[in-house]
Structures are given as C-alpha cells and as structure tokens.
Ligand binder design. Structure first.
Ligand code: URA
Length: 290
C-alpha cells in the first residue's frame, strides 16, 4: 500500500464518501492537500477552508499566534487579485466606508438585508446577518450560513447550531446572552468554500458588528472563521489552545479571540469535545478578566 500522504488522504476521502459521509473533518491536512484531494463543490462546514492569503510574514506563523491581520475592512486582501468591477463584482452597492459609518447595529442589519456586494446575493434565500444580545460579552463567529440558516435567515439553527447551543449552555453561556454571526452573511451555493472576494465584500459588516456589540471576547468556531479573522493559514489545531487578538486595523484596540473547533467538526470527532470545553473555559476566564 502506498505511504504517500496524498494517496492515503484520497483513499480515506473515497472510503468515507462510500460510507455515506458528506461531512468530513480535514483540519489536520493542509489546505493544499484538501484542495488536491477533494473534488470541486460541496465542502463540509468546519473543514479547512481555502484561506484568505495572509500578509507577508517571517517565521512559522504557528509561532507568532498573537500577530493580527492589519487590514481595513473592505480593503484588498494582501496577495489577492484586485476585485473586478463587473456585474460579478463585490464592489457593488454600498461601499465599505459607508458601512463603517452606519450608526447602529439595526442600521447595519437593514443595509445588509439588501446587500448586493457580491455574487451570493443572486443565490441566497435570506441574508443571515446575526442575532443575539446586542450588548453581549461574547460574540460567536462561524463561517457562513448553511441550508437551514439560508432558509430561516437565522445563524446556527441546523444540526451544528443545536450542538453549539448545548456547548455554550454547558459552559455557562446561554444562547440568548451571546451574539451569534458568521464571516459571510449569505450561503455559498452547496456550502462551497467562501471566495476571498466574498470575504472582502462581507467583512465590513462583521467589523461593524464587532464595533457595535463591543464584545469582551470573540469565539471563532472552525478553521475558516479563525483563519480569516486572524489572517493566517495556520491550522485550527495549532491556533486553538490560546488567546489571540482580533485587530482588523492598527488603530483598532483589538478584541481577544479564542479559536476552537467548529460544532460540525465535533459531530464527526466527538473526541474533540474536551478541547472545545477547555477553549470555552478560556473564553470565560478571558471575559472575566477583560
Ligand atoms: N451555521 C452557521 O450559521 N454557520 C456555520 O458556520 C455553520 C452553520
């Protein structure tokens, strides 16, 4: 049998597919391996994303976890190609600077509900802006709406959402007392990878949500949320276990950010529950200290 990791991964994926799995946890593989091994299309929530290219940096990013991404919301992601200005462009509709000036969370929500800033506007059923306590100490950030969220317009209401509620409750955080949202407010078709220009187009909403809610701690559930908010492609397995800083611009004072596994990943790997529990204790102690 071949010992080539790519071949092993390919066989593993094939076997899991044949067993009926359509959700696979791939966090231990590099995005390049995942991209090479998985055919285009459907991707499980909680699996490693195609990350937004991180800013140029020196040594192993895993050794510099607190280093935040300094990037204006809506500004080009370092290393990404400039956004096209055609019909497919995320630069349509209200500009990032105008979103930054919206005075209330309700105003940001209202604008987002008609958002035409990227191609997902054409396929979504509902914009899933986010919900919860507008003065919450804890802000939960996931990846993007799935089918159930797209149908209802509410974040984390599917299977993964039920587990999220349970995890939060066992750690002492009632769902009603936290603020729950996603990096992307619209569902990518078939839950495919969010594209870098979609993240760019949507990021002003998330930034404004953070500015308005002013959470003491952000919990990034899953590789995609953690990597996007921290501007890194370090795996979630390496990111989790410590407190980082979400600091979208150098002027921003930053918000402590605790990365952890996505609930959809936990459904496949119950053994990771302990790690998530530890991370949620970290959230508690960080919030208490803030
Ligand atoms: N539902 C959400 O709202 N976000 C996710 O990341 C997954 C499911």
């Amino acid at each position: 049998m071949s010992g080539d990791p790519k071949e092993l991964l390919r066989r593993y994926l094939k076997q899991r597919r044949e067993l009926g799995d359509d959700e696979l946890v791939l966090d231990r593989h590099t995005p390049a391996e995942v991209r090479a091994a998985v055919a285009e299309g459907e991707r499980p929530r909680g699996a490693a994303p195609q990350p937004v290219p991180p800013p140029p940096r020196g040594p192993d990013p895993g050794d510099a976890p607190e280093r935040p991404l300094h990037r204006r919301a809506g500004a080009p992601v370092p290393g990404s190609t400039p956004m096209p200005q055609a019909a497919d462009s995320p630069a349509r509709g209200i500009g990032a600077d105008a979103i930054r000036l919206l005075p209330t969370l309700d105003a940001v929500r209202d604008v987002s509900l008609g958002c035409p800033r990227c191609r997902l506007a054409e396929t979504r059923r509902h914009v899933v802006f986010g919900e919860g306590d507008p003065n919450a100490e804890i802000m939960v950030v996931g990846e993007a709406p799935g089918e159930e969220e797209d149908r209802t317009g509410r974040p984390f209401v599917g299977k993964a959402g039920k587990l999220l509620d349970l995890l939060l409750a066992t750690a002492g955080f009632e769902r009603e007392r936290v603020y729950v949202c996603n990096v992307l407010k619209c569902r990518p078709p078939q839950n495919r990878n969010p594209k870098p220009d979609e993240v760019e187009a949507c990021s002003p909403y998330l930034l404004r949500q953070v500015e308005m809610v002013k959470p003491r701690v952000i919990v990034a559930f899953g590789a995609f949320a953690a990597q996007t908010l921290l501007g890194t492609d370090t795996s979630i397995g390496k990111l989790r276990g410590r407190v980082h800083l979400y600091q979208p611009t150098p002027e921003h004072e930053g918000v402590p950010l605790v990365p952890t596994y996505h609930p959809a990943a936990l459904l496949r790997n119950p053994g990771w529950v302990r790690a998530v529990w530890d991370d949620l204790q970290r959230v508690r102690s960080t919030a208490d200290r803030a």
